[in-house]
Each structure stands twice: as C-alpha cells, then as structure tokens.
Design a binder for this molecule. Structure first.
Ligand SMILES: C[S@@+](CC[C@H](N)C(=O)[O-])C[C@H]1O[C@@H](n2cnc3c(N)ncnc32)[C@H](O)[C@@H]1O
Length: 211
C-alpha cells in the first residue's frame, strides 16, 4: 500500500495539496458555480471532473476539500491524469479514495471512452498551459463540446510562464475558444476571470456556463 504522506515519491510534481492559494482558488470555483447555477452543491445524478494529480487523504487535496464542504460526495468525483512521468498517480489516488473514480490516460480520450459516465455539473479544466496556446484553446473547446446543458467549466490556465515577467493577454483565450465551439451561442462567458499566483506563475481562472 502506498504511503499517502510520503511526499518524496512525488518529488517532481508541484505541491497542489498543501497550498492554501490552490485551496482558495478551488473555493472560488465552487463560488462561481453557485453563483452561475443557483445550486449549492452538485446534484446527485451529476458529477465533478478534473485533471487530478495526486490526491492524498489530507485536507488540502481537491477531493477531500470538496467532500468536506459538502459540495460533492466522493463517488461524484472523477479524476483524470495521464501521469506522463509514471509516478503511479492514479494507483495512489485509488488506494487513498477507492469510492472516487480515477482514470489514467489522456483527458479527452478518457472522456470519449467513458462518455456514458460523463455527466458533469462542474469541470475543472486545470491545465498547465498558457492562455495563448491555440492547441490549448482547441483542447478546451473539444471538452466543452462534450458537456451537457447547465455544465460550468472552470478553465485554469497560466497567465505568465514563470520564466519571464511577460504577462499574456487573458482576452486571447475567450476570443479564440469561441471559434472552436460547435454551439458558441449556448455558452455564457463570465465577464471577469480571477487570478492567483502560485509560486512565480500567475494563473487565471475563466468560467464558462452552458445554457
Ligand atoms: C494542475 S495539476 C491538477 C491539480 C488538481 N486539479 C488540484 O486541484 O490539486 C494538472 C495535472 O494534469 C495532468 N495532465 C496534463 N495534461 C494532461 C492530459 N492531456 N490528460 C490527462 N492529464 C493531464 C498533469 O499530469 C497534472 O498532474
């Protein structure tokens, strides 16, 4: 059994699980969902999908945080990670939270292969790419095209790359994604995004809601 408190086994990964800034960013997404839908939690027949990384059984991890606030139950949590470095992320998460749903593989492929399970109320598109990458706009739009009516998609992307002081224009994302949506008229884009700084990188979270 993997030790959930052994941080060394994931030494290459940024620490998303004990970072108060990351926790606050997740709270903002939940608030945005509540504001957008008028619902306080994810309805019973719906689920929550996210790029997961490691999720130990500690307060700062995404699944624990969301379950603790009553926003979802564990079985409504769907986490996907391609685990390109072969760190055993999914196996580890499964051992910590067997009631939740864990998939190893490419995000879009996992969703396409398990489309009968894909019934999200909220999608946390927590992607470590910059807002200016066209490939990322297409990837996000392909995700949004698969979402049912009333889904909220929170796209979390980099506003700077951490290597320079250059800050990208956040408008690029919204203006570009629209071009790749099958039904752009069905999407409401929140008129403001929120941003936070995680280490040296500024992140921006953009909220899209399907009518
Ligand atoms: C920012 S982390 C997720 C953090 C997590 N949502 C949280 O709140 O703690 C992003 C994860 O996505 C994974 N990832 C990146 N591209 C992916 C892809 N195309 N398909 C699946 N997983 C991917 C990375 O391996 C990384 O672990």
């Amino acid at each position: 059994m993997t030790d959930p408190f052994d941080k060394h086994q994931f030494a290459d990964q940024p620490d998303y699980c004990s970072n108060p800034v990351k926790m606050q960013a997740r709270n903002q997404i939940v608030e945005a969902y509540r504001k957008s839908t008028g619902l306080n939690f994810v309805p019973k027949n719906k689920n929550y999908w996210t790029f997961c990384n490691k999720q130990p059984n500690i307060e700062g991890s995404e699944v624990v945080q969301l379950v603790k606030t009553g926003f979802i139950t564990k079985n409504q949590f769907f986490g996907v990670d391609n685990d390109l470095k072969g760190e055993g992320i999914i196996e580890f998460n499964r051992s910590c939270h067997p009631e939740a749903n864990w998939f190893q593989g490419d995000w879009l492929e996992v969703i396409e292969d398990n489309f009968e399970l894909f019934n999200p109320a909220l999608v946390f598109f927590d992607y470590t790419k910059t807002v200016v990458k066209t490939s990322c706009h297409i990837y996000l739009a392909r995700t949004m095209n698969m979402c049912p009516s009333k889904t909220v998609v929170a796209a979390n992307l980099m506003l700077s790359d951490g290597h320079s002081s250059k800050r990208f224009d956040p408008k690029i994302l919204v203006e570009s994604v629209i071009n790749y949506l099958r039904d752009p008229q069905e999407w409401i884009v929140s008129d403001h995004y929120f941003s936070y700084k995680s280490s040296r990188t500024e992140m921006g979270t953009f909220i899209f809601t399907r009518t």
